[in-house]
Design a protein around this ligand. Structure first.
Ligand code: XLS
Ligand code: NI
Ligand code: NI
Length: 439
């Protein structure tokens, strides 16, 4: 296997004082925080599509980055992408990766020939996984790039397209299973609509549920024991994506009896597109028992689309990791960088700068989440805020003992309760956050 990035050597932890651009300042993989190492807790993953395939194209211009990695023929390019992927993981000390079927092998004229191409690439990946001790966080099927999915995949008006989507998922599940994938993701792709003038929403949602049911059943039938995830996103590419946010996905899963089969893959930039904070989406997933995995990236406050930037916002990362700790950490999930360097950052070295930025940011986030927990002021404040529900009237409400009549009698007797209210303390807590972050 020829070296694709000969000018980059292995990235190691050098500590916060280091000025070496190719070193971690905060991510120290074997350092223990709590009972586990940073490596075990953060479970970083490379996103194959952005890192090995994304060339920086946008609607105004062609790609700027070379992602052929010295390959000549189509299949050699895709083999070199595999070598590049494993070299990136090895040099950055990242244990996991994830991909869409079409990231690892390009489509041919027919589905059968496309599958043959996958069968040529998968054994190469399988061998390198064993040799380099790398793991598949999750697999997925790309049901959005090919023009046949212009009206959607499971939600297409055309049942033949539904069949193609199923065939693609079946193969992607088999590959994920063969490579020991710990999860399988369904991101909505083009499952949504542009106008209700032409859309039978009921049939589309029923069909989406049908394909998910078929997929889960097939996965379990072939022995796949990983998690199935839904990755919510509110818009883009369609105006209205059915998997809008965690709350909408939960309602959908419960309506179709799928709630025990899926967890959430929460993406930071998708949360903000839905008008939520990342923390809100993670919290909602956690309290409903469906926290699964994370696509870590960040959007741009001034832009209204999925910019998928590598995360550098330490404050957000700290709040995110606080939720992850509250959820008890990752089990089968992990932290995938569904993120790309900007179009102008086209050099191969930029791939490494990007991952170092994201990994150091989340390492800081994890360190700070532990500090927030140990400090205790924020958790204590919140617990005290609801202390009224621990005894007397509050505990009677929580245990369901009281009736509407009881509550009315209580309120009538009190006359008013305004004098018992206390400050929400937001500014105090924001000061506490800063004092923890910069102490
Ligand atoms: C697109 C999604 C996609 C999924 C995987 O916005 O984030 O990349 O993570 O299909
Ligand atoms: Ni996204
Ligand atoms: Ni994503």
């Amino acid at each position: 296997m020829k070296e694709i990035f000969p000018s980059i050597s292995a990235i190691r932890y050098e500590g916060p004082k280091s000025k070496n651009p190719f070193a971690f300042k905060y991510y120290n993989p074997e350092e223990k925080l709590g009972a586990k190492t940073m490596r075990e807790q953060l479970k970083f993953a490379v996103s194959y599509w952005h890192t090995l395939c994304g060339k920086g194209t946008d609607m105004f211009g062609d790609g700027t980055a070379d992602k052929d990695f010295g390959g000549g023929s189509v299949m050699q390019i895709y083999k070199n992408k595999v070598y590049a992927a494993f070299e990136i993981m090895e040099k950055l000390d990242i244990d996991y990766f994830c991909f869409h079927d079409r990231d690892i092998a390009p489509e041919a004229d027919t589905l059968a020939k496309t599958n043959e191409r996958l069968d040529e690439i998968v054994p190469i990946i399988e061998d390198l996984m064993k040799e380099k001790n790398k793991k598949l966080l999750w697999g997925t099927a790309n049901l959005f790039s090919n023009p046949r999915y212009m009206h959607g995949a499971a939600t297409s008006c055309n049942p033949e397209v539904f069949a193609f989507a199923a065939a693609q998922i079946k193969k992607a599940l088999e590959i994920t299973q063969r490579l020991g994938g710990q999860g399988y993701v369904f991101w909505g792709g083009r499952e949504g609509y542009e106008t209700l003038l032409n859309t039978d929403m009921k049939l589309e949602l029923d069909n989406l549920a049908r394909l998910l049911r078929l997929s889960v059943d097939y996965g379990r039938q072939i022995g796949f024991e990983g998690d199935f995830y839904i990755e919510p996103k509110p818009k883009e590419p369609t105006k209205h994506q059915y998997d809008f946010d965690v709350a909408s996905v939960l309602a959908f899963l419960r309506a179709y009896g799928l709630e025990n089969d899926f967890k959430m893959n929460v993406e930071a930039n998708h949360a903000t597109l839905a008008g939520h904070t990342f923390q809100h989406e993670l919290c909602l997933a956690r309290i409903n028992g469906v926290f699964g995995s994370i696509d870590a990236n960040q959007g741009d406050m001034l832009l209204g689309w999925d910019t998928d930037q590598f995360p550098t916002n330490v404050y957000e990362a700290a709040l995110c990791m606080t939720e992850v700790l509250k959820a008890g950490g990752f089990t089968k999930g992990g932290l995938n960088f569904d993120a790309k360097a900007r179009r102008g950052s086209f050099e191969h070295a930029d791939i490494f700068h990007s991952y170092i930025a994201g990994m150091d940011t989340f390492a800081l986030g994890l360190r700070l989440a532990y500090k927030i927990k140990e400090d205790g002021r924020i958790d204590d404040f919140t617990a005290n805020r609801y202390a009224g529900y621990k005894s007397g009237l509050g505990s009677d409400i929580v245990s369901g003992k009281v009736t509407m009549e009881d509550l009315e009698a209580y309120a009538l007797e009190k006359g008013d309760v305004i004098s018992t209210l206390k400050s929400s303390g937001q500014e105090y807590l924001e000061n506490v956050m800063n004092s923890i972050m910069f102490s």
